[in-house]
Design a protein around this ligand. Structure first.
Ligand SMILES: C[S@@+](CC[C@H](N)C(=O)[O-])C[C@H]1O[C@@H](n2cnc3c(N)ncnc32)[C@H](O)[C@@H]1O
Length: 237
């Protein structure tokens, strides 16, 4: 596990990385440029994105007050905002929030954006559901239990949690990225202009996530698509 100083430094650099990456962030999701791993990989990626979307769509979020953590450019905010009564979206990057608003256009009226650090921010109310996509892997091992306990506090009893992240698959990331080996929490990320940042990247097994969630009072099931994604959903006990 990383020491306190290394963790703090990586979390700061991770915030800087996403601020700088914001304008090119969607290249990853759209499989463009350094993230283009060939036709077959792209087809498999979007088939598996569809699978994840279907699971998210099957959750009863309609007309609910939903909190999205680390929404980024809005790939999932867009999916959520038309269904919910209201969405609160918390991200530390002003650049990401600006792009998220732009993507949503007039639909952004249904979203309250909060620029804040998720390791410091605590809501003043409970939500019907909490959603976080491609965020859990960026939480240091030493902070994961605290993070999940906070999720419980953010949810009303019986409230819904949904999370999504990457499986450890090398073609998921850019051609010039190397995934961390087991027990290594840090990863070097590059931008299109070659700038490098060290960030946190942890790959949890489905069993470990179920166990950690159960321990804090979240009953979840965790599923994996064939290559790329791991996603979980469930309720606060
Ligand atoms: C991998 S992106 C995920 C974006 C989006 N959920 C998606 O699935 O495309 C991680 C997001 O976390 C945000 N972030 C990084 N560190 C943060 C922190 N300490 N507090 C809040 N947000 C943070 C970044 O700005 C970025 O938008």
């Amino acid at each position: 596990m990383l020491g306190n100083a290394d963790t703090a430094n990586a979390l700061l650099e991770q915030k800087d990385y996403y601020r700088a990456r914001a304008p090119e962030y969607d290249e990853w999701f759209l499989r463009l440029g350094r993230y283009d791993r060939g036709e077959d990989a792209t087809r498999r990626w979007f088939e598996q994105v569809h699978e994840v979307r279907q699971s998210l769509r099957a959750l009863s979020l309609d007309e609910k007050n939903v909190l999205e953590l680390a929404p980024g450019t809005g790939i999932w905010t867009e999916e959520l905002c038309t269904r919910v009564a209201h969405l609160t979206a918390v991200d530390s990057s002003r650049e990401m929030i600006t792009l998220n608003r732009q993507r949503l256009g007039s639909r952004a009226d249904r979203v309250t954006y909060i620029e804040a650090d998720l390791f410091e921010w605590h809501p003043t109310r409970e939500f019907d559901a909490v959603v976080f996509c491609f965020w859990i892997s960026h939480i240091p091992v030493g902070r994961i239990d605290e993070f999940l306990s906070n999720i419980v506090k953010m949810l009303r009893p019986g409230g819904t949690v949904f999370f999504l992240d990457a499986r450890k698959e090398s073609t998921s990331t850019a051609v010039d990225h190397v995934l961390p080996s087991r027990d290594e929490e840090l990863m070097t990320r590059r931008l299109d202009d070659g700038r490098e940042f060290t960030i946190i990247k942890n790959f949890w097994t489905a069993a470990a996530l179920v166990e950690k969630c159960t321990r804090v009072g979240l009953t979840v099931e965790v599923h994996e698509t064939a290559d790329y994604f791991q996603f979980g959903f469930g309720t606060r006990d």
